[in-house]
Each structure stands twice: as structure tokens, then as C-alpha cells.
Design a protein around this ligand. Structure first.
Ligand code: ADP
Ligand code: ASP
Ligand code: MG
Length: 405
């Protein structure tokens, strides 16, 4: 008998037929004698639909009301999944994030999990029940519903696996595992048998939607080994775990594309100590997450700051910056939404040189212009014109021989 946390994403529970299939899978595992906690997402498309409805009523809905609205997506699927299980004579109970004891901080729409009080779940498991938990949601100390950021059901699953000391954590999705690139963009992408936390984290934070990046961070911190696999077949998936030495032999493990970023340029600000601090303090106070940052060399006392933010936060960034522009000497804010980011990731970069040159050359040969560059120990990212980023991903994938098995 093992204690297993499973998570089924939006497509896996996309309609009544799919939920039936998921219930069969859960029942099969239950019949093997396993203890099961199952996290489910909202049906595919529902979260987007709810956001669109809110925006049709007001261009800037408050984050609190958005959370209040978004939690209903997962509330539907937990109940339907529990009902489907009851329909095949499996004792099951569904819990919202609050009922499951998932306590978060107060930051609506991107709350962090602070603690999990799993007493109720433990009691149900002891009683032989399958417990279905709503992904992506929690409750803050003021009793308000919160959500954990897009794709947050992954985090719910990993955090529950840690809190319940599960033997296994399985992330079921609509692809067979983690690939060398998004298989929908790069047809020659190959499934990886395993990948390190650090590589998975860099891929996820660079736009590979297969795992939410914060969930990977959490898994690394608490040593939760997990498997990403398909709910549509029984193929083995990809194991995500601590780095082992032989992983460094591969220079580039994967390629990621992020089309959800925007470029912000704050131009003509005073080139003096404190200007950058003021700009980024304003953004952080507004909970806008900044990714790549470039400051040009100041000339005649003025400088430009260029950085990227999630496209969903461009209005927020604009609003946060307007009031402080005067403090940094005037200046203007311009936003460019037609960019995208391409990243190549691999722990092997720590010990191999020439990776950047190879990437830049493959883009140059195709006449693709690079607008911004940033690097970390195991990642190189470039900002490009959005219309060419898929092509760039295929070129990079081929340049690092990822097309070969
Ligand atoms: P779920 O609803 O199950 O959480 P997501 O849509 O969030 O599923 O994530 C799965 C999708 O991630 C896949 O359909 C695939 O298109 C995309 N994806 C992006 N990068 C990768 C990658 N490197 N490997 C596998 N899938 C990827
Ligand atoms: N339903 C949420 C989303 O679409 C959470 C998730 O699917 O993981 O972002
Ligand atoms: Mg997801």
C-alpha cells in the first residue's frame, strides 16, 4: 500500500466523459490498496472564461473579487469527480482549498501557501476514503478565498504530497511527460525520462506551461520527487528529481518559449543612485513580477531602463510607474506587447562553454534579431519579435541536437 497524491489538469477533467475516465483510473489505483488524495483543476478553458466574463464587466476587476470568482472552476470539478467515484462505488469526499486546510498569505491571485492543516484529510484516509481536493485555491488568515497563480493546481498537489508525506506524486496532464520543447511547437521534441528540479524550474519559469514554476520550487525545497505523465494512456512519464552527476553530460536539456511577456521601457530617467531602486520598488509594491532587466549606459545624465513583465500585468505596471516618474526626473513609459522570450536550459552549461555563441549564431543565420539577452548558470534567454519565436525555438532545438533521441 502506498500513499499517492495525483493531480489531473484541465484537459484531463475537461468534460463528463473525461471525469469518468479519471474516476476509473483512481478506482484502479484504489483497488490496488493505495491511499489516494486527488487534486483536480477546473475544466479546460473555464478559468479563462471566468476571467473574460469579469473583464467584460470591468476592465480592472479587483484581485479579491477575481479570486472569489475563479475558485468556482475547481469547485465544480471536485464535486463531479467525487460523484463519479461514488457512481462506481468508491467512497470519496471532495474538499475546497479552505476545507482541505490550505492556508495562504493575503496576496490575491498569486497567494503563497503558508501552512497546510491536513487533519481532516488524514481522518478521511484512515476511514478508507478517496479525498478530492480543489487545486489552485486556499484561504487566508482573514477567511478570504485566494488563488495560487495560473497553473496553481500543480502547487496544490506538490504541497499536499509534502504535507502528507506521500510515497508518490503523479501529475497527470495531456502530454506524455516533459519534452525537450513544447511538442505542439516543436514537432521533433523528445520526451525526457528524467529532469532535475533546477532544469524543470528554469523551463517552467521560462514559459513551459507543463508545470507551474512555483510548484517546482516547492518540490525542490521539500524534496518531493514527482512524475509528469499522461491521463490519456499508460506510458511512463518524466521523473523530476534532484540533479545527479551524469545529467551534466547533456549541455542543453530543453527549449522554452514564453509568449505571455511584454517589454516595458522607462526612458529618460535621471542617471543617479536610487532611480532604478525607485522604479522597481514601485513595481514590487504593486506585486508586478519583473523578469529580464537591461539598463543602457547613461548619457548626459539620463538613462533608459528596459525590462519584461507578464503581459497580464502591463496595465498594473503602467499605473504603478506613472506616479513616480516625476521623482526619477520625468521620463516616459512605453510598452511593447509583440515580443516573446526564447530560453535554452541545461545543467551541462555549468561545465560547457560556447552555448550562447551557438544559440546566437543559429538565430543570426535565420536573420532573427535579438532585442534583449539574459543568462543564469544553467539558462540563456533572449527576447525576440513574437512572430518569429516558434521558428527560433525549432532552430535552437536543432542546433543543440535535441531532435536526436
Ligand atoms: P494541465 O491542464 O494538465 O495542467 P497544461 O496545459 O498546463 O496542462 O500543460 C500541459 C501543456 O504544456 C502541454 O499540452 C504542452 O503543450 C505544454 N508544454 C509546454 N512546454 C512543454 C514541454 N517542454 N513538455 C511538455 N509539454 C509542454
Ligand atoms: N484552473 C487554474 C488555471 O487555469 C489552475 C490550474 O489549472 O492549474 O490556471
Ligand atoms: Mg497546468
Amino acid at each position: 500500500m502506498a500513499r499517492i497524491v495525483q493531480k489531473y489538469g484541465g484537459t484531463s477533467v475537461g468534460d463528463v466523459e473525461r471525469i469518468k475516465k479519471v474516476a476509473e483510473r483512481i478506482k484502479a489505483s484504489r483497488d490496488e490498496g493505495n491511499e489516494l488524495v486527488v487534486v483536480v483543476s477546473a475544466r479546460a478553458g473555464v478559468t479563462n472564461e471566468l476571467i473574460a466574463r469579469a473583464k467584460a464587466l470591468s476592465p480592472n476587476p479587483s484581485d479579491r473579487e477575481l479570486d472569489q470568482l475563479l475558485v468556482i472552476g475547481e469547485q465544480e470539478t471536485i464535486a463531479l469527480t467525487a460523484i463519479a467515484l461514488q457512481g462506481v462505488s468508491v467512497d470519496a469526499v471532495s474538499y475546497t482549498g479552505a476545507q482541505a486546510g490550505i492556508f495562504t498569505d493575503k496576496v490575491h491571485t498569486k497567494a503563497k501557501i503558508k501552512t497546510i492543516n491536513a487533519k481532516a484529510i488524514e481522518k478521511d484516509l484512515t476511514a478508507g476514503r478517496v479525498v478530492i481536493v480543489a487545486g489552485f485555491q486556499g484561504i487566508n488568515e482573514e477567511g478570504q478565498a485566494t488563488t495560487l497563480g495560473r497553473g496553481g493546481s500543480d502547487l496544490t498537489a506538490i504541497a499536499l504530497a509534502a504535507a502528507l508525506k506521500a510515497d508518490k506524486c503523479e501529475i497527470y496532464t495531456d502530454v506524455d511527460g516533459v519534452y525537450t520543447a513544447d511538442p505542439r511547437v516543436v514537432k521533433t521534441a523528445k520526451k525526457l525520462e528524467e529532469i532535475s528540479y533546477d532544469e524543470m524550474l528554469e523551463l517552467a519559469s521560462s514559459g513551459s506551461k507543463v508545470m507551474q514554476s512555483r510548484s517546482v520550487e516547492f518540490a525542490k525545497k521539500y524534496g518531493v520527487v514527482f512524475e509528469v505523465r499522461s491521463s490519456f494512456n499508460h506510458n511512463p512519464g518524466t521523473i523530476v528529481k534532484e540533479e545527479v552527476e551524469y545529467m551534466e553530460r547533456v549541455v542543453v536539456r530543453g527549449v522554452a518559449v514564453d509568449k505571455d511577456q511584454a517589454k516595458v521601457v522607462v526612458s529618460n530617467i535621471l542617471d543617479k543612485p536610487g532611480s532604478a531602486a525607485r522604479v522597481f520598488r514601485a513595481l514590487s509594491d504593486a506585486n508586478v513580477v519583473v523578469d529580464m532587466i537591461v539598463q543602457n549606459v547613461g548619457r548626459q545624465g539620463v538613462a533608459n531602463l528596459t525590462f519584461t513583465v507578464p503581459r497580464t500585468d502591463t496595465q498594473k505596471a503602467q499605473r504603478a510607474l506613472q506616479p513616480i516618474l516625476a521623482e526619477v526626473g520625468g521620463g516616459t513609459v512605453t510598452i511593447e506587447e509583440t515580443i516573446a522570450k526564447l530560453s535554452v536550459v541545461g545543467v551541462g552549461m555549468k561545465t560547457h562553454s560556447g552555448v550562447a555563441a551557438q544559440l546566437f549564431q543559429s538565430l543570426a543565420d535565420a536573420g532573427i534579431n535579438i532585442e534583449m539577452i539574459s543568462t543564469s548558470e544553467i539558462k540563456i534567454s533572449v527576447v525576440l519579435e513574437q512572430t518569429r519565436v516558434d521558428e527560433a525555438a525549432r532552430l535552437a532545438h536543432a542546433a543543440f541536437n535535441l531532435d536526436q533521441a
